[in-house]
Design a protein around this ligand. Structure first.
Ligand SMILES: [Zn+2]
Length: 236
């Protein structure tokens, strides 16, 4: 081990002693190297969907009749009060971009050998509005895409789609209003992806409206484009 590396490791140990890493869900101390930063019981509580083992699953079902997809998968089941919800909140509201990267890597490891993805050309994160990005400091979907890209060894195209208008928080809207709001919120961005196979990436799949609109914009803008969909979580 080099001297620099030794000091780095010593420094890491000291930092952990002074500021123990705490579980993102239950705040208990966590052993170094846990990715994402969860204690063992909380990590064991994460419910993998196993979507990558099923030709039809919760993600592909939600796209039926709306968006033709080559592949669909979410990493985790998202339910209120679960560890998964805490992770998504950490990523979106508590400035923990590394959670997106780490879960993106996990998801990519699970899907990288899937037959439907062997001709994949790149990854497109769902964009967020510049105002929201400014508040948060990053686009969470881009962080997920970054993590996936290192495992899949494919480029990320963060400008393939763009956010067009912003109408405030979606959380207080009715489902119909959310759908209408989403419809006007995305537009085609930069790049020519004719004949390419892209993976559209977002944090949580709920109604599927966002992925539906984004995917259809891409399909309408690039002839012969094929699309897969991957999200960190699916709301059930
Ligand atoms: Zn915990």
């Amino acid at each position: 081990m080099s001297i620099k590396r030794t000091f780095h490791t010593l420094g890491d140990g000291l930092m952990t002693l002074l500021f123990p890493r705490l579980c993102l869900n239950c705040q208990r101390a966590v052993v170094a190297g846990q990715r994402p930063q969860l204690c063992i019981p909380c990590n064991n509580d994460l419910a993998l969907t196993n979507h990558w083992l099923m030709p039809e699953n919760g993600v592909t079902d939600r796209m039926v009749g709306r968006l033709p997809v080559t592949f669909g998968a979410a990493l985790l089941a998202f339910n209120t009060g679960t560890v998964c919800q805490q992770l998504i909140h950490a990523l979106k509201y508590y400035h923990r971009p590394e959670v997106g990267v780490q879960l993106g890597e996990q998801l990519a490891e699970l899907i990288k050998d899937h037959p439907a993805l062997q001709d994949l050309d790149g990854i497109v994160p769902v964009p967020i509005h510049p105002n929201r990005r400014h508040e948060r400091g990053y686009n969470q979907a881009e962080k997920i895409a970054e993590g996936m890209a290192t495992v899949l060894r494919k480029p990320v195209y963060p400008k393939a789609l763009k956010r067009v208008v912003f109408k405030g928080s979606q959380t207080k809207r009715t489902r119909y209003e959310r759908v209408e709001n989403t419809r006007e919120s995305f537009g085609t961005g930069e790049g020519d992806f004719a004949g390419k196979h892209l993976l559209l990436v977002d944090d949580v799949l709920t109604t599927g409206a966002t992925v539906d609109f984004c995917g259809n914009i891409l399909l309408a803008s690039h002839e012969g484009l094929k699309l897969g969909v991957a999200t960190l979580a699916i709301a059930e």
